[in-house]
Ligand binder design. Structure first.
Ligand SMILES: COc1cccc(CC(=N)NC(=O)c2cccnc2OC2CCNCC2)c1
Length: 389
């Protein structure tokens, strides 16, 4: 019964873990495009597929509303991710994106959008292998249509459309354990607005702590500490690309970003992504970089607040400025931008600053997966250099 669907898919199976006789790399070979199923999978009778044109404001609003009311909630159902429309347009339209990989399911009669799943192209390095993959994300089925086994057919349909573009691997994350995680990350939160976080139940007042003592504990300076710390600008793209490519080499799984990727994913966009760098005042070299993305959450049960403003650590590079100081500057700018909390996974070198910068562990885990690519060893989260949105 368990994983009825996933046992049929080319993914690492639990029983194979540690069986190093199986080679690392693709599990199944590519199929000739003529042999890929040409027509969409069948949906239950009342529903039909729709390709979501995220350039259409109207379609964007429908996708935004579906996710706002039906996407991922925390384990205690107190918060729900509330990706903004401009964030979704950014997340789904990177260089080389395929509109056909933005897939909706709607009711034939009412035309209501009731489910969604997406893929975007990404060049991912696994050890020394550079693989053209899809990053699959935003799988969402309307609350009223759960356990109708819609998710498996949506996963098969996005896989079919990815295959039609001659892509045979994918990367995805989930809060649940499926066959088989390549790594499991712990998430951490750093309070920026402790009063609001306690008020809405995100955090609890520590034992023997008063509210004023808690506010003081998380207080941050008004100004950043690092000389030469500034927002990233378009002319920085070549230097940031060099810095990031070099830094990501040390991780076993990481994106293989080129300048076009850096321009899309890391140039600051209001309410979507913030990125800062350190330009040495002496040499004008770009020596360090930090970034975070904006992902608010709806607060499901509070009278006083409707939205939690959360920043999510994205890609950070430290070569001259200590990572601790760089990330403290990131916290300072996030606080100034009125974020309530700064979230981070224990990927890359993040665990070197989490405790010292007063992050607290979250109550869940985020599992990373590769589709049709076997790794014979589960990675340590610090060996992972890939952050998904
Ligand atoms: C605070 O509001 C929440 C609303 C929904 C879920 C969660 C808990 C959770 N599941 N958090 C994460 O998955 C998470 C925690 C830290 C950093 N990145 C994360 O997820 C990212 C990456 C995967 N796609 C969702 C966003 C929290």
């Amino acid at each position: 019964k368990r994983h009825k669907f996933w046992e049929t898919q080319p993914v690492g199976q639990f029983k194979d873990l540690g069986d190093t006789s199986l080679p690392e790399g693709p599990i199944e070979s590519p199929t000739p495009l003529t042999e890929v199923k040409q027509e969409p999978y069948n949906l239950p009778a009342p529903y039909e597929w729709i390709t979501c044109d995220m350039e259409s404001e109207e379609m964007c609003v429908e996708v935004y509303n579906l996710l706002t009311n039906n996407y991922v909630e925390d384990d205690e159902n107190m918060f729900r991710f509330n990706y903004s429309k401009e964030f979704l347009q950014w997340a789904l339209r990177p260089p080389g994106y395929y509109k056909s990989w933005h897939i909706g399911v709607r009711v034939k009669t009412s035309k209501k959008l009731v489910a969604f799943i997406t893929g975007i192209p990404a060049r991912i390095r696994v050890r020394d292998d550079i693989v053209d993959m899809a990053e699959v994300n935003f799988l969402c089925v309307h609350k009223k249509l759960r356990s109708k086994r819609l998710a498996p057919v949506m996963i098969k349909e996005v896989t079919r459309r990815i295959h039609l573009e001659n892509i045979w691997q994918a990367a995805y994350t989930a809060g649940v354990v499926l066959p088989t995680p390549i790594t499991t990350c712990q998430y951490w939160h750093r309070s920026l607005n402790p009063k609001k976080l306690i008020d809405v139940g995100f955090s609890r007042l520590g034992a023997r702590m008063t509210m004023s003592r808690t506010i003081k504990l998380y207080k941050l300076p008004d100004q950043t500490a690092t000389p030469g710390f500034r927002k990233m600008e378009p002319h920085d793209i070549p230097a940031v690309t060099r810095l990031l490519r070099n830094y990501l080499k040390q991780f076993i799984v990481a994106p293989d970003f080129d300048e076009n990727d850096v321009e899309h994913w890391l140039l600051p966009q209001e309410n979507v992504v913030d990125s800062y760098l350190v330009e040495s005042p002496e040499t004008h070299d770009i020596t360090d970089f930090c970034s975070f993305y904006t992902l608010p959450s709806s607060i499901l049960g509070s009278q006083n607040h409707s939205t939690l403003k959360a920043a999510y650590s994205y890609y950070n590079v430290s070569t001259k400025t200590p990572l601790l100081q760089l990330m403290n500057d990131a916290l300072i700018v996030a606080k100034k931008k009125d974020f309530d909390v700064f979230n981070a996974l224990d990927v890359m070198h993040n665990e070197t600053f989490l405790k010292e910068l007063k992050f607290g562990p979250g109550d869940g885990k985020l599992h990373y997966y590769l589709y049709n690519y076997r790794l014979n060893h589960v990675l340590r989260s610090s060996e992972l250099g890939l952050v998904l949105l």
